[in-house]
Design a protein around this ligand. Structure first.
Ligand code: G4P
Length: 288
């Protein structure tokens, strides 16, 4: 797992990654963008659309095992309405991966026709895989390439050192040449990446983070909170709610007060491990 916080998002690195991706666009047929199904807005790179322009795109809503299935379906419909093909996948177990090859062919139907017309039947499709750190890019590549994983040689036209992976005779993947950044100057995005664990707790105030998480859960997943922690008084503010939850778990310090630090760590851990349920923190109406 990459630690997003240890990466320095120097403008120079970002410019170089952008340039390398643009170079690679000349020799690939499509882009596969991996997104975290729990936060489909915050887990995207803010500049990708501008970089790849009209290159055919397939979105993989990864970690769908941890996201709310109803919301994932709504996201898939939303993309469809916007002429983007998206599929839910779980790269941890491989669920949904079977659909990938058919979907990429669907996205590239015109290109395949062109290959056919030029007598290039059997020419492998070249696909670039992109995603911000921790979204599951390596897991996806390992899943799709499996035991067949073999690095292909460098291709002419792109910088040496790019990593090509031959999946089979019909498909070659190019790992992102560089590291893609999230929209890190937006506090709400940073928080959501921290909720999911993409940004490490040691650099954020976990009490504040858990209170913010409770605000979202209170709004959208009250029933799941009750199921997990029993009856709660939702007329209280989120800090008091955290205290109620901590008390229910016996996290009390001298004077009968809740040990809010422990309660926060517990809440975040339980969210990340899906103990509270399958939860999507960004819904379509949120500002997509
Ligand atoms: P990256 O290359 O984009 O940085 O991400 P990577 O594949 O390393 O995945 C980051 C973490 O997310 C890993 O967990 C990985 O197992 C997990 N992950 C990836 N895809 C899925 C998915 O579809 N569902 C679930 N539940 N988890 C997924 P880790 O804790 O860093 O490693 P490990 O505990 O799996 O060893």
């Amino acid at each position: 797992m990459s630690d997003m916080q240890n990466i320095q998002w120097f403008p120079g690195h970002m410019t170089r990654t952008k340039r390398k991706i643009k170079e690679a666009l000349q020799i690939i047929d499509a882009v596969v963008e991996i997104v975290d199904a729990r936060i489909p807005i915050s887990s995207r790179n803010p500049d990708l659309k501008e970089i790849i322009k009209d290159k055919p795109l397939l979105i993989l809503l990864n970690k769908c095992d941890m996201a709310d299935p109803t919301e994932t379906s709504r996201w898939i419909d939303y993309y469809k309405k916007n002429d983007i093909t998206a599929i839910p996948v779980d790269c941890k177990t491989g669920k949904g991966i079977n659909n990938f090859k058919d979907k990429i062919k669907e996205v590239l139907a015109d290109k395949l026709e062109q290959f056919k017309a030029k007598g290039l039947v059997g020419k492998p499709l070249r696909v670039m895989v992109v995603g911000i750190p921790n979204v599951g890019k390596s897991s996806f590549i390992n899943r799709i390439a499996g035991g067949n994983r073999a690095k292909a040689e460098n291709r002419p036209g792109v910088t040496r050192g790019n990593q090509w992976i031959t999946v089979d005779k019909q498909l070659e993947l190019l790992d992102t040449p560089g590291v893609l950044w999230p929209k890190f100057d937006d506090q709400a995005v940073g928080e959501r990446l921290a909720f999911t664990g993409a940004v490490k707790d040691k650099v954020v105030d976990i009490e504040l983070l858990s209170i913010r998480l409770l605000e979202i859960l209170t709004q959208s997943y009250r029933d799941k909170l009750i199921e997990r922690y029993g009856n709660l008084d939702f007329s209280a503010d989120s800090y008091e709610l955290l205290c109620q939850i901590g008390k229910k778990r016996g996290m009390v310090i001298r004077g009968g007060e809740t040990d809010t630090e422990r309660a926060s760590a517990m809440l975040l851990e339980e969210y990340r491990n899906c103990k509270i349920g399958r939860i999507t923190l960004e819904r379509i109406c949120d500002n997509a």
